[in-house]
Structures are given as structure tokens and as C-alpha cells.
Design a protein around this ligand. Sequence first.
Ligand code: SF4
Ligand code: SF4
Length: 433
Amino acid sequence: MNFIPNILFAITLIIGVGFFVKNVKSLIRNINFGKAIDVSDNKKQRWKNMAMIALGQSKMVRRPIAGFLHVIVYVGFIIINIEVLEIIIDGLFGTHRIFSGTGSLYGILIASFEILAILVIFAVVVFWIRRNIIKLKRFWNPEMTSWPKNDANYILYFEMVLMSLFLIMNATDVQFQAMHSGNIVSQFIEPLFSGVSESALHIIERSAWWIHIIGILIFLNYLYYSKHLHILLAFPNTYYGSLKPKGELDNLEAVTKEVMLMMDPNADPFAAPADDAEDPEKFGASDVMDLNWVQLLNAYTCTECGRCTSSCPASLTGKKLSPRKIMMDTRDRLEEVGKNIDKNKGTFVDDGKQLLNDYISPEELWACTTCNACVEECPVSISPLSIILDMRRYLVMEQSAAPSELNNMMTNIENNGAPWPYNQMDRLNWKDE
Ligand code: SF4
Ligand code: SF4
């Protein structure tokens, strides 16, 4: 018996899965650069959110055409994995269509895969036309330059090729076609190969089989570098998404501590700080390490769909703000920090850069109206607003760099107890006018 194909397959599988595990480790390490945050509350509601939003795609279908097509591609991706399992078992043990022993059930399964494959090809073609021919505005914003634009197209090509290979593999499999069960689509492709000898058909079938599985392993490893990481991360991201009412702001823990100390009647106002007292924490965020890990998970999960930007009033009125860009910048900076640590054997060496100014400008941050439309629209529970707010807090509390209108208002509140520049004693003057 010739074991060489099985050995080659095992080596290919080990390399593909090995790289994937390495990428997952880098991903988890980078997300853990973020600060700790307690998200252990209300597990029942969190599971429900994950089931509804990630598994049930409930927010995707708010835009019916894109939502419906996305559901097809998503279901195709999930269900066709059963077929990948068969390929792996066949590859490792030298069997051929091991699940065909299940009889008519196998026919039903493969028939449903074939229908899904053709639907996925249709959906992917429509997606490609929307991006490249119709040129939907949200896919052509300034942040969608070369890599993000190409990345989206590469994945569409990938999916088209993988689905086509699956159908070709079935159409050229003489034994499978002879079963007359499950070949609901491939029976119409088979005549294209009429006149081809059986040995040539076997070579085509084996080639399609190998390229299909190698393509899947490449796809798996490409995910880390692509916006398509959301295929995996949408689940934890929706689970850990905020359960607070939209618009409720988090208190800054560092500020809360300071205020509690100031208000404590038993505290000695003249006490010197303890020798082992920690340096005061930075207020707000100027770089990715100042954000919490859920915000960093958000950045890796962003699908770059642009639904947030297309609903953002600041973006729609021509301001220099795109919530999608906030997420893309956060991810790019996080990747830069990760590479820095890899290069410097596990330590971050200051590179003179940070998220603020080098990626995201104060102009973008102050353009936000804090309306929450981006949070409401996001199909995978991302909050660009929470990053914007933390960076604004840094500008105000660490750099006193708020716009002059805000500074005036804050000074008035401090001095007069109201945003207006009038003495508190004059508040009721209007009644005499
Ligand atoms: S919260 Fe800010 S970033 Fe989000 S949609 Fe509103 S204005 Fe745009
Ligand atoms: S933040 Fe959400 S809505 Fe905005 S581009 Fe990313 S996935 Fe889409």
C-alpha cells in the first residue's frame, strides 16, 4: 500500500494547523496587552447576546440584501466544514469518502453542500459587484485604501475558488457520480468532462481535492492578517460586549479613587504618600496599552463593513471622523506594538509612536457627537465610541488639550456651577427683564 500521500497530507495538516496555533497565540498575547476589565457579570444575558448577534446574525439582517447574502456565506462556511472533516479523515487514513457509508444521509448532506456552494458563489459575485462595479460609498472611504480594499477582494476570490474546486472535485469523482445520490449540482458539471479518460478524470479529481484542502489551510492562516478574523472573534466579542445602557459612561477608576480619598473624612489631608505607593495611573488612553482588553478584542473583530461610518453624523456632515478608521487604526497600532515585542525578544522598546497623533488625531476625536449610532449599527457589538472617549479623557485630563469652547465651559462650571459665564447670584436676573 502506498502511504506517501497520507504522510504528505499529515505533514501539510501539521504545518497548516501549527501556523494557525502560532497566530492564535500572538493574537491572545496582543489582546492581553490591554488593561483588565471585569466582564464576569450576567453570564445568561451574555450567552443570549452571543447566540442572537453572532450565531443568529440578528444585526446583519437589518440591511436585508447584504444581510441575507452574508447569512448564505456564513451558513455555507459553517456547514461545509463537515465536508472538510471527511477530507481530513480520508487524507490521513487513505480512505475515499469515508462518510458515504451512511447511505442516503450522505446523499442529503452532499446535496445540501452542493446547493450551498452554488449559493455562496452567487452571493460572493454579488458582493464583488457591490464593491467593485456599483462602488458602494462605504467601501470607498479614504481609510479603505490598498490593503483593506484588496483584502476584501482576496477573500471573495478565495471563496469562489474553494467552492468551485469542491464542485469540480465532485463532478470528476467517477465513483461519487455513479452513486447518483447527492450530486444535485455536480451532475450538471460532469458533462463538461465527457470524453476525458478515467485516469485523467482521477488526476483532475485528486488535484481539486488537494488544492481545496491546501486552500482551506491557507485561508485559515490568512485570517490573522485579514478583517475576516471576525469569523472567529465575533463570538467572544459579542459575549463580552457592553451590557450597560448605551450612553452610560464608565467612571474612571483612577479618578474615583482620588475623589473617594478627598471625600473621606478620616483621611489625613497632610499625610505624605506611602513609600510603596504606586505612581498615579494615567488618565484616559494615548496608546493601545491604555485601553482595556475588550477594546483591543473589538479592534481585531472589526469587519471593516463601514456600517458605523455610514451612520455617523460627524462623517456624514464631512467631519474628519470615521468610527471604522478608529478601529482599524487601533488594530494597526496593536500589531505594530506586537511586532516590536517580537523583535525585541519579549520587551516593548519605545518606538516614539502612539495611537494618539500618530494614528488618530485630536480633530477626529473631537468631531464625535457621542450619539452612539456607530455602536447601535455595528453587527458584531463593537464600540468605537468607548475608544474615542478614553482618548478624549487623556487629552483633557493629562494634556488640558480640550477645544477652547470646552475649556471655557469647564471653567464656568468650576467657578459658577453652570456652563454660562454668569455669577451664580445673577441667575434669576432674567425674570426681571
Ligand atoms: S458616537 Fe461618535 S463616532 Fe459614533 S456615530 Fe456618533 S458621532 Fe460618529
Ligand atoms: S466597528 Fe462594527 S460597524 Fe464599524 S466597520 Fe467595524 S464591524 Fe463594521
